[in-house]
Structures are given as C-alpha cells and as structure tokens.
Design a protein around this ligand. Structure first.
Ligand SMILES: Nc1ncnc2c1ncn2[C@@H]1O[C@H](COP(=O)(O)OP(=O)(O)OP(=O)(O)O)[C@@H](O)[C@H]1O
Ligand SMILES: [Mg+2]
Length: 238
C-alpha cells in the first residue's frame, strides 16, 4: 500500500531523516515509536506531503506521490491527525466535520454520533468555533472524529493519546480496533504501551533511521535492553 524508498530529509544542514526504506501492507496496523526528536512526526508529515523530502520516493498503491500536494494525497485516501492539532478561527466544529465527510450532507445527528464516539458530548459543541477556547484534549478528539469521517485507506495519527483522559483513552483503543476490523490501514505514532500492544507490527525510529521494524515482543526487548532507568520502567520485561 505504502512504500518509502531512500527518503532523506534535512533542515538547516541538520539530517532529520536518513535513508528511510519502508513497506506498509494493505490493512495493516502499525505503531511507530522512538525517543523524542528522533524524526517520527517528520516522517508522518513527509507521507502526508506537509514536508517534502530532499531525496527519495513515496509510492501509494503503486502511484508515485512524491510530488503530489496534501490535497492530492488526501484525495487518494491518506488522512492525518497532527500531534498538535491546528485551530481555525471562524470555523465551527460542525463545519469541519462536514468538510471531513467529503462534502456529503452530514446531518447534525450524524455529526453528534461521531463526536460521541470520541467521547464528546455532542450538541453543545457543534456550533462552537475551532479556536483556543477548546481544551487540548477536546481538539485532539475532534481531529480524531474528522479522520473517522474521512474513511480513508490509510490513517496517520501523531500521538493521539496526548492530552486524552483515561476514559477517552479506552474509547480511542476501541476506535483503532474498529478501524482495523474495517480493514483501514493505520500508522500510529505513540509512546503508549497499550497502543503498541494492539499493533500488528512496531517501527522503532532512532536518530532519523529505522532501528527496528517487526513484532512487539522483539521491540520491547530492544527498548528494555537500552533502558536508561536503573530501577526499570513500566514495560513488562523491566
Ligand atoms: N522545521 C524544522 N526545522 C528545524 N528542525 C526541525 C524541523 N522540524 C523538525 N526538526 C527537528 O527534527 C528532529 C525530529 O523532530 P520530530 O518532530 O520529527 O521528532 P519526534 O520524533 O516526532 O519527537 P517527539 O516524540 O518529541 O514528538 C528534532 O530534533 C526537531 O527539532
Ligand atoms: Mg512528534
């Protein structure tokens, strides 16, 4: 479904991504993890077309999308939820949900239904603006609702758990599992072991390179072998 070939990216003479080669199969559920600053968000932005690689190629279902813009990639079936969602002054939550649903006439009832899925008590939110009056966790959940509505072939989430309360986090896990059952592919950047647990495969990124791509068991052992905490951490092998 998605193939990255020798992707390199640098900014201000600093190498951020180094020869990334990656093949993601149809319908797969992949978690991407790794230390802060290792290049995870940059990789997601390169797949979505928010950043352009200095070299390399990106194929999506056999089409070379390297030079396509964000809209063109979205139309081919890629959706992205930012680590820090963007606020839009003057646009209501109902507006953004309607936009996400491919301009089909989304009724208020349908909009409320999808908001409830992400744990937002719907009616009172529909006419609120997507501005700074919304909390960080509310913004994250609204953005996840837009991805749900888009029904894309590939969904990319950048730390969807950030700022999400425990109750909503359980909902989030259900949402990801449902996407998986519906055969949508997902790439989820996360530091959360519960999300790593439900992924088919895990990618570990370190210093702008893919350090490991494989099963959860091996990755946890890899993380634990390099655990900086003398007393162990929360992972089960520590
Ligand atoms: N536009 C930019 N200009 C300069 N440096 C950048 C830019 N974008 C990212 N970087 C640098 O590239 C590195 C990778 O950033 P990135 O946001 O991809 O990390 P990350 O793995 O997502 O980290 P985190 O877990 O903290 O979200 C960081 O050192 C960051 O400062
Ligand atoms: Mg990041």
């Amino acid at each position: 479904m998605l193939e990255l070939i020798d992707i390199c990216f640098e900014k201000d003479n600093k190498k951020i991504l180094n020869n990334i080669n990656l093949k993601i199969d149809d319908k797969s559920f992949i978690a991407i993890t790794g230390p802060n600053g290792s290049g995870k968000s940059t990789l997601a932005k390169i797949i979505m077309g928010i950043e352009k690689p200095n070299s390399g190629k990106i194929l999506f279902n056999g089409t070379d999308i390297t030079n396509l813009n964000i809209d063109e990639r979205a139309n081919l079936g890629i959706s992205f939820a930012f680590q820090q969602p963007v606020r839009f002054k003057g646009i209501t939550i109902y507006d953004i949900l309607k936009l996400a649903s491919h301009n089909k006439k989304l009724t208020k009832q349908e909009a409320c239904h999808v908001l409830r899925k992400v744990g937002i008590c719907a009616e009172e939110y529909l006419n609120r603006e997507l501005n700074s009056s919304l909390s960080g966790g509310e913004l994250k959940r609204i953005e996840i609702a837009t991805v749900l509505l888009r029904q894309s072939k590939l969904n990319i989430f950048d730390e969807p758990e950030a700022g999400i309360d425990l109750w909503s986090f359980n909902n989030l896990i259900n949402i990801f599992q449902k996407m998986h059952n519906d055969n949508q592919a997902s790439l989820i950047i996360t530091h959360q072991e519960r999300i790593l647990n439900i992924a088919d495969k895990i990618i570990l990124i370190k210093n702008g390179k893919i350090d490991y791509f494989g099963s959860k068991k091996a990755i946890i052992e890899n993380i634990c072998a390099n655990c900086p905490n003398e007393g162990g951490c929360d992972y089960e092998c520590c």
